[in-house]
Design a protein. Structure first.
Lengths: 447, 447
């Protein structure tokens, strides 16, 4: 069977794109490497009765128009609206990324979507004035929680020019109940309901090319999936360097992909507690003076910056009666320590140090804990270096070279975290790629 | 002599003298005021000298002599052998080829890219047409590349060029001028800026004038009215500049004032109290005089030396300087002004260390001298004098300054009051250019 679209990766981007494209009447297959769909939007039971989203508790807001279009309104809540100026610019940026995907404009449902989402805007990444801004310089405009949220789990230095761009990608939205897994499950249901096909444990090994056009996916088990177009939700490095024979890529593109820098530093500690902690709201623990320097030299810092979030106090469904779940999100954790890979002892030491810093709070007895480090995220989510952002959010990678949905190889659409819309919001890249693909179909540019 | 002058120039720096000389040459009646009794000569090598000055003022006829017209680069490594890269690009490539073929090729490629960029940007850098706005002068291709490089950090820019972090680390040193971090946007542009300058006819070089000969030549080229030991306490402004008031109360009238003081100081003298964000760090200089009998390595006669550091070390040093601490490794370059004098340039010196410079300069100089122990054994014993020049408290440098038209950098809040000193330069490297530009703008305003 030949599909209209094969989508690599059934995370929030892949699922949203599948749902939209299947609703538009296309034959869609989703290829997911893991045994479950959802990507970072999952909730897992890390100890009996204790549940949490392992990779993140919150995400950059998905476009409101998208969730209501898929019948999923009300699942998410915004908890940290960013400063008005940033929100306005972000809105305009989103609009331009979408507008580019919609050129030439199609009819019908897509036009409706366009009017819901687009306002008059400026070029994608209206940049130069932001390239020079630091978070420190913008503190007067952004609330404290905005910039701290934007920085946690990221390597950016708030004092340096360009760091303000991370505010565009600040997580500010979370699931009302059940962790991010609720959203993942709802997106999966929407995709299946729309008629998309989902194949689990189907790892894409290589893209099939014919006359310079991508026309299918070769799976790890040797099966061929033929499709008129392919959407990859993998990051830039995995897509270009991992799925192509390098000789098939234009040399310029190969060089860009090679020079693309991933960022890391994010770790998560999930704590199952016997009783609720004394604090009821999330709070930040600032990092030590040396934390960033140690991170640069691949030394796990003694005092990494942390966000401590008692998630089960907000959402009791995550913990058994009487117990509690607290998540810690850490920055400045190297993917590979200078003295070799992460071992069990090093993981335990990291956990112990983090707990020691919470000592003054008299945490209730720890029932169980899970440590999720950059290599774990890489393994579980298929992200280079475990980087959830698909690359450093620096001016050159945000405003300079950051490919749009369709800019690379004919027949291939990019919907991963490294694409232009990727950091702007959950499912944004999937939505943009779906729009670009449908637009091209209307214009007769595909198949 | 009294009466009304066309222009008063404050400060007999290279920029001030150049401005005075050019205005006088154009027929204006100029008065040069300098608070010291003898104008100071900038120590150490020059990155570049405005070619217009050399030509228009015929500085060679006025006694400008170069000890070296082009200095090479001597890399002092902690573990590996020293590496001498002569100023002549092909010779440098040959020297590199002995270590790494790939880096030798990359070196040639980078040099030719820098000179291509330099040629494209020359018109903008050295001509104050249309207020020095890049759009007015540059072609579209040059503008695009310029915009791209402006977003990139020097670290990423060099990582693309070189295989070995050693070479990238060495060249990063020149990107930190103005207190930029190696990953900050603007630092790659600084590198392009500094690397592609033309100095007295030699491409992409750093030159060492004979000590005292630059200021002496400029003074001789000016030859107009001057008063040394004259401290300006106020710049009089009523609908534009009206004159200056000296310490003893004397008022001197003039239609334009060109100041080589910092922007903050100049505007304060003019009664504008606009606070500028101060730069956290800048270039400090340490002048070492040596006892007779101490033999310098012969390579120092034709090259300036850099201590080899990794990009991480530079980032650490930047972070330390922001906090007013001494870093583990202090970035410095060193040039010999003859057999008895060494000039150390330290680009990441804190402008306001917590205890002030009086208490900071001793440990700072000691750390710098200590870091040279391996390469200049016996240096501490051979020292007969150590003079530290702390960094100037300029306004924060950044992308905006680098991209701004020259007129915006030279103009102040008062009509016909211009900056002609170092702070009107985006990156401290083209000596005299700010004076050349300020003289041009003042002459236009006086017409």
């Amino acid at each position: 069977m030949r599909y209209d679209v094969a989508i690599i990766g059934a995370g929030a981007d892949g699922l949203a794109a599948a749902a939209l494209l299947a609703r538009a009447g296309l034959r869609v297959t989703l290829l997911e490497r893991a045994p479950q769909a959802g990507g970072r939007c999952v909730t897992s039971e890390f100890a009996t009765g204790f549940r949490a989203s392992p990779y993140a508790d919150s995400v950059a807001s998905p476009p409101a128009g998208l969730l209501s279009l898929l019948g999923l309104s009300g699942l998410m809540e915004d908890f940290a609206p960013v400063g008005a100026d940033i929100a306005r610019r972000r809105g305009r940026t989103l609009a331009r990324v979408l507008e580019e995907a919609l050129e030439p404009a199609p009819r019908g449902a897509w036009r409706r979507l366009k009017t819901t989402l687009l306002a008059d805007g400026e070029r994608p990444w209206p940049g130069a004035d932001w390239a020079d801004q630091s978070i420190a310089g913008l503190r007067a405009h952004a609330g404290q929680n905005d910039w701290r949220n934007a920085l946690i789990g990221r390597a950016a230095d708030p004092e340096l020019a360009g760091s303000a761009l991370t505010l565009f990608a600040a997580p500010q939205s979370r699931a009302r109940r059940g962790g991010l897994g609720t959203l993942g499950a709802a997106l999966q249901a929407a995709a299946l309901r729309a008629g998309a096909e989902l194949r689990l444990e189907a790892e894409a090994a290589e893209l099939i090319l014919a006359r310079g056009r991508v026309c299918g996916v070769l799976l790890g088990d040797g099966a061929r999936v033929e499709a008129a177009a392919v959407i990859s939700t993998l990051d830039l490095k995995r897509t270009l360097l991992g799925l192509f024979r390098w000789s098939d890529l234009p040399p310029g593109l190969l060089r860009e992909a090679g020079a693309w820098r991933m960022a890391t530093g994010r770790a998560r500690l999930l704590l199952a507690l016997e009783a609720p902690p004394s604090f009821t709201r999330p709070f930040f623990v600032p990092g030590g003076e040396e934390a960033r320097s140690q991170f640069r030299h691949n030394v796990p810092p003694l005092l990494p910056p942390m966000l401590v979030d008692p998630v089960s106090l907000r959402d009791p469904s995550l913990a058994p009666h009487g117990g509690a779940v607290v998540t810690l999100t850490l920055s400045c954790i190297p993917a590979k320590p200078f003295d070799g890979d992460w071992t069990q002892e090093k993981r335990e030491a990291l956990l112990e140090r983090a707990l020691a810093r919470l000592q003054p709070l008299n945490l209730p007895r720890l029932v169980a804990a899970a440590t999720i480090l950059p290599p774990d995220m890489e393994e579980a989510l298929g992200l280079s270096w475990g980087d959830l952002d698909g690359g450093e959010l620096t001016p050159d990678q945000m405003l300079g070279f950051r490919p749009g949905a369709r800019s690379l190889v004919p027949g291939l659409y990019l919907a991963g975290p490294s694409s232009a819309a990727g950091p702007l919001g959950l499912s944004m890249a999937g939505l943009t790629a779906a729009l670009a693909l449908v637009t091209d179909l209307f214009a007769g540019r595909t198949a | 002599m009294s009466g009304r002058y066309d222009a008063i120039v404050i400060g007999a720096s290279a920029g001030g003298l150049a401005a005075a000389a050019l205005l006088a040459k154009g027929g204006a009646r100029v008065l040069l005021l300098e608070k010291r009794l003898a104008p100071p000569e900038p120590a150490g090598p020059l990155f570049a000298l405005d070619p217009a000055l050399v030509e228009t003022l015929k500085l060679a006829n006025h006694g400008l002599v170069f000890r070296r017209r082009a200095l090479g680069l001597l890399l002092w490594d902690a573990e590996e052998d020293d590496l001498l890269l002569p100023a002549e690009p092909r010779a440098a490539s040959r020297a590199l080829a002995r270590v790494s073929r790939a880096d030798a090729d990359a070196w040639s490629a980078l040099q030719s890219e820098l000179s291509t960029q330099g040629r494209a940007l020359r018109r903008w850098w050295f001509h104050p047409h249309s207020g020095g706005a890049a759009e007015a002068v540059l072609g579209q291709g040059a503008r695009r590349r310029f915009a791209h490089d402006s977003l990139t950090g020097a670290e990423a820019f060099l990582a693309r060029a070189f295989e070995s972090p050693r070479l990238a680390g060495a060249l990063l040193h020149d990107a930190l001028a103005g207190g930029l971090a190696p990953s900050e946007p603007g630092s790659a542009l600084t590198l392009v800026w500094r690397g592609a300058q033309e100095i007295a006819g030699a491409q992409g070089a750093v030159a060492m004038p004979e000590r005292g000969s630059l200021i002496a030549a400029l003074k001789s080229a000016y030859g107009g009215e001057r008063r040394f030991g004259a401290l300006v306490t106020e710049i009089l402004a009523a609908q534009g500049v009206a004159g200056v008031r000296l310490e003893d109360g004397e008022i001197i009238e003039a239609r334009a004032v060109l100041s080589s003081l910092s922007r903050a100081k100049t505007e304060k003298l003019a009664g504008l109290g606009r606070p500028a964000a101060a730069r956290a760090m800048g270039e400090a200089k340490i002048l070492l005089t040596l006892a007779e009998g101490f033999v310098l390595p012969p390579a120092l006669d034709q090259a300036r030396a850099l201590l080899a550091m990794t990009p991480q070390d530079y980032a650490d040093a930047h972070e330390a300087a922001r906090a007013g601490r001494l870093p583990r490794l202090l970035p410095l370059s060193l040039a010999a002004e003859g057999p008895r004098r060494l000039v150390l340039s330290l680009p990441l010196a804190p402008v306001a260390p917590p205890g002030g410079w009086t208490s900071f300069q001793a440990p700072f100089a000691a750390a710098a001298i200590r870091s040279l122990r391996r390469h200049l054994p016996g240096l501490s014993e051979a020292l007969t004098g150590v003079t530290v020049t702390p960094p100037k408290p300029f306004a924060r440098a950044g992308l905006a300054q680098l991209m701004a038209p020259a007129l915006a950098r030279a103009a102040t809040g008062v009509e016909r009051l211009y900056l002609c000193g170092e702070e009107a330069e985006p990156v401290p490297c083209v000596s005299g250019r700010a004076g050349h530009f300020a003289a041009h703008f003042a002459a236009r305003a006086l017409e």
